[in-house]
Design a protein around this ligand. Structure first.
Ligand SMILES: *Cc1c(COP(=O)(O)O)cnc(C)c1O
Length: 434
């Protein structure tokens, strides 16, 4: 069995990685470039903490970028995986857990009448967009600036997350053809939305789908202004466009129903991922049965995958979803989020630092800005250098915030009172030290 050399430091490992892996990383934000640090290497993850190869313990607010809502290495999920592995490492055939997973998703997520599993959130959004185009027989789609839907060609236009962090919201290598049918609108802009649908009616270039993160979390956490999602629903219905909620991040994180537990607007299709895999790679998309039944083998829209519905992934995901339904951790998570938000806000007021703290349940973001942050432009206008200083200060004191000003921080049920108190203190001190 391969064993890491116990003497290797993070610096040494990163130097080796740089020789072989582009940028030293298998996903760009892990490079820590926008926060001016060499990335650390993790040896183990338990509860709310990561342990680095140097043996340093960090309270983790990245949580594998969202999935670890019970913290790392949850014993119930691990036991479910061990049981599943006892039956083999994969089947490539149907198995009963697929139905259990579909039932759990249907029972929590409104509008989800039928569902398909994928291996990642990217596959889910890619498939949902293709399905919407196949269903409507139209080409044009609308996305919103700063919303991130994975690295699907047609959706890497004004994208958030790492694409934005590294200054490539429009990726090289996306052909004009792949992006030509993507219209990008400003999030939260009711007038622009009205105008886009009006223009589509006049030009006859009908819109197949609108895809968005209803509560964007990949440019930091944003909230919909009153009326925005309502108008979107109204326009999609009137125009015959498929409304797709990308809840890969917010699904089972903000509530069992995702954003739909907080907001009355309902999409036609919803994309899921992250939490529903219990820590293993996963995605899913589902929604109205009349749309989903256009998928092969029933209909003409092709979508497939060697590992889709993998038994080990589903065992982990089912354990996670059953635990969420049984424990309802959301009120406690929200309370912890509010404690951290209050500590940071108070410190900012005392120091006279302009801070817009966005928090909802187990997600929060610090925007250093004097004006409200409603969209992509507002996010870019906030002070990223102040965030960088907070990140570095916190990391030196054992608190790992997302290594980018454009990512949301996540809380887990494993963040106990001691971890929250430590973090509140560190955040307040970091702000006072600015
Ligand atoms: C993470 C994320 C994706 C992409 O999921 P992957 O599993 O990384 O492919 C898509 N949409 C949103 C909203 C996400 O947060």
């Amino acid at each position: 069995m391969w064993k890491p050399n116990a003497m290797d430091t993070s610096e040494q490992l990163f130097a080796r990685a740089l020789q072989l892996i582009p940028g030293g990383v298998n996903s760009p934000v892990r490079a820590f470039r926008s926060v001016g640090r060499t990335p650390f290497y993790t040896a183990a993850a338990r509860g709310c903490r990561l342990r680095t190869v140097e043996g340093k313990e960090l309270v983790d607010y990245v949580l594998t970028w969202g999935p670890a809502i019970f913290g790392h290495d949850d014993p119930e999920i691990r036991a479910a995986v061990q049981t599943a592995i006892g039956n083999g490492l994969g089947f490539g055939t149907n198995h009963a857990a697929e139905i259990r997973m579909a039932e759990l998703l249907r029972d929590s997520v409104p509008v989800l009448e039928k569902v398909r599993m994928t291996n990642s959130g990217t596959e889910a959004t890619m498939s949902a967009v293709r399905l919407a185009r196949g269903f409507t027989g139209r080409h044009k789609i609308i996305k919103f600036a700063g919303c991130f839907h994975g690295h699907v060609d047609a959706l890497l236009v004004k994208a958030g997350s790492g694409a934005l962090t590294f200054g490539h919201p429009d990726s090289a290598g996306v052909t004009p053809g792949a992006a030509a049918d993507t219209l990008v609108l400003p999030y939260n802009d009711i007038a622009a939305l009205d105008a886009a649908f009006a223009a589509a009616r006049v030009s006859g270039e009908a819109i197949a789908a609108v895809i968005l993160e209803p509560y964007p979390g990949n440019i930091g956490l944003l909230f919909p202004v009153p009326g925005f999602l309502e108008l979107l629903r109204e326009q999609c219905t009137e125009h015959g466009a498929v409304l797709i909620f990308d809840e890969v991040m917010t699904g089972f994180r903000l509530s069992l129903q995702g954003t739909m537990g907080l907001h009355p607007v309902r999409p036609d299709l919803v994309c899921l991922g992250k939490i529903i895999g219990g820590g293993l790679p996963v995605g899913a998309f589902g929604g109205r049965a009349d749309i989903m039944d256009k998928l092969a083998p029933l209909g003409p829209v092709y979508q497939s995958g060697t590992f889709c519905g993998h038994p080990v992934t589903l065992a982990a995901g089912i354990a996670a979803l059953e635990k969420l339904r049984r424990d309802n951790p959301y009120p406690a998570l929200a309370l912890a989020g509010k404690t951290l938000a209050a500590a940071a806000t108070e410190a900012a007021q005392a120091k006279g630092v302009p801070l817009q703290l966005h928090q909802c349940g187990a997600m929060f973001t610090l925007f250093f800005s004097a004006r409200p942050v409603l969209n992509y432009e507002d996010v870019l206008a906030s002070d990223a250098t102040l965030f960088k200083r907070i990140f570095q200060f916190a990391l030196d004191r054992g608190v790992f915030l997302p290594p980018s000003p454009y990512e949301s921080a996540f809380l887990s049920t494993a963040h106990d009172a001691a971890a929250i108190a430590q973090t509140a203190e560190v955040l307040a001190s970091a702000i006072k030290a600015l």
